[in-house]
Design a protein around this ligand. Structure first.
Ligand code: BTN
Length: 275
């Protein structure tokens, strides 16, 4: 598949703002309110967003970069973030959530990101619990949600196209890019859809009650590439392999071991067994 991306696919605050449609409160670049900061290169957009949040930046503030020099993933891993190839962004949320509803942020971010990708280029994304996005059996996007003070940072990295050098050896065969599936992608449109989707999700989680949560979990189940399959589990003591059977109302993964006993995983890492 050749380059299908628009010729001028540079990411700027203006190019992203041109695609912001959903929220009448926001005009392009409205100063001080839900600002979108766009950078050519940063260490990590999550790190920048954390600093902004600590300085009191309001919910909805977003940081977008064309490149990250040390993008971070879950479990202390790095996230490969070469220039001109992906969308790397973080959104600050300040939802007033208590108890287990806070855990739904992770599921909410995965569903919001999957829907945003689909809305901007038509690709049907699957979710590998808890919040990696897959297309055609390859990881296309990862999400890192972090807490700082009273705020949450939702960081999303999407591989839009493979960079000239290709993926590093450790990602070869596992990572993929959106345009490999034939999708035509404007990175600005994708960034706008992701930012709006995450902002909306934060609001809905706070205000939407059980109806919204029910829809969220249903969508997570529908998009899951894990349910019904054998998975390998890291970080759950005494349990290394099981069959994924459901996602419960709180976004936890229910697995069944070889003796038919059910276990609930709230976090941790799973890999799919290749059969
Ligand atoms: C994962 O795959 O484990 C999660 C990857 C999350 C990557 C995104 S890119 C934007 C934001 N900034 C970071 O440093 N990480 C997240």
């Amino acid at each position: 598949m050749g380059w299908e991306i628009a010729r001028d696919d540079s990411l700027t605050a203006e190019s992203i703002a041109a695609y912001l449609v959903g929220d009448t409160e926001q005009t392009p670049l409205n100063a001080g309110q839900k600002t979108i900061f766009v950078y050519e290169s940063v260490v990590s957009t999550n790190d920048m967003a954390k600093e902004l949040a600590a300085d009191g930046a309001p919910a909805g503030t977003a940081v977008v970069a064309n490149r990250q020099t040390a993008g971070r993933g879950r479990m202390g891993r790095s996230f490969y973030s070469p220039p001109d190839s992906g969308v790397y962004l973080s959104v600050i949320l300040r939802p007033k959530l208590t108890g287990s509803r806070i855990l739904l942020l992770t599921t909410g971010a995965a569903v919001a990101a999957a829907e945003a990708v689909e809305e901007s280029c038509g690709a049907r994304m699957q979710i590998k619990w808890v919040n990696d996005l897959y297309l055609g059996g390859k990881k296309i996007a990862g999400i890192l949600t972090e807490a700082v003070g009273g705020a949450y940072i939702v960081g999303i990295g999407v591989n839009v196209k493979e960079s000239g050098e290709g993926f590093p050896a450790e990602l070869a065969g596992k990572a993929g890019a959106l345009d490999a599936g034939g999708a035509q992608v404007s990175r600005s449109r994708l960034a706008a859809a992701l930012i709006e989707g995450v902002r909306r999700m934060g609001k809905d989680l706070e205000e939407g009650g059980g109806h919204y949560t029910g829809r969220l979990i249903e969508e997570a189940r529908k998009r899951s590439c894990v349910l019904g399959r054998e998975v390998q589990i890291t970080g759950a003591e005494g349990l290394s392999a099981a069959r994924a059977v459901d996602i419960d109302d709180q976004g936890f993964l229910i697995v069944e071991d070889s003796r038919g006993r059910r276990h609930t995983l709230s976090s941790g890492e799973i890999s799919l067994f290749v059969k």
